[in-house]
Design a binder for this molecule. Structure first.
Ligand SMILES: [Mn+2]
Length: 197
């Protein structure tokens, strides 16, 4: 497999975002978004996905975090779409269950070439760490629309909102890692009978 890296810069009147990723990294994380709880979540993706993430975002946080969070999802999705390349020889599907104390989440991903999101996360509170939990679905919609993946996010159990969110992002990282790993028996073939994804 050639280097699976990408750098994307996306500028609008609302946000200016730079994202660099290495899908075959070690989990190096360098991230300044101005939204600390989101940084904490993205660090989980880097660490558990073993994906290097370098993110710099400046957004209109004086309004709220909405544009910054949504546009980060979009830019990260664009970077994944580029870095993943032709998808030959990857596992394509990935899944993970992750617990954190009382909370348990399951994430399933398919690098299908089509955007799809099923998000079933009954957050027990409306905000966590000053972060509006509505914004998680904005982030993931931005991501799936541009990474062109099918993503099922289920929080199966949980009382603590921080734990609910953290298990989703840790499982997201683990599922990404599985899906993007080389499948030796696939031997460089497309993991699809269509011949393309
Ligand atoms: Mn935490």
């Amino acid at each position: 497999m050639s280097d699976r890296i990408a750098s994307v810069e996306r500028n609008t009147l609302e946000t200016q975002i730079k994202v660099s990723i290495n899908l075959d990294g070690t989990g190096k994380f360098n991230c300044v978004t101005g939204v600390p709880f989101l940084d904490h979540m993205l660090e989980q993706v880097a660490r558990h996905g073993l994906i290097d993430l370098d993110i710099h975002a400046v957004g209109d946080l004086h309004i709220d975090a909405h544009h910054t969070v949504e546009d980060l999802g979009i830019t990260l999705g664009q970077a994944f779409e580029i870095a993943v390349g032709d998808k030959k020889g990857i596992k394509r599907y990935g899944h993970a269950y992750v617990p954190l104390d009382e909370a348990l989440s399951r994430v399933v991903i398919d690098f299908s070439g089509r955007p799809g999101l099923e998000m079933h996360v009954p957050f027990t509170r409306g905000s966590v760490g000053g972060f509006d939990v509505d914004l998680f679905s904005e982030f993931f919609h931005g991501f799936i629309n541009h990474a062109k993946v099918t993503l099922h996010l289920d929080n199966l159990r949980g009382k603590n909102t921080h734990h609910q969110a953290e298990t989703i992002f840790k499982a997201f990282g683990r599922a990404l890692r599985m899906a993007l790993e080389a499948d030796e028996r696939m031997a460089g073939q497309m993991p699809s009978t269509k011949g393309s994804l």
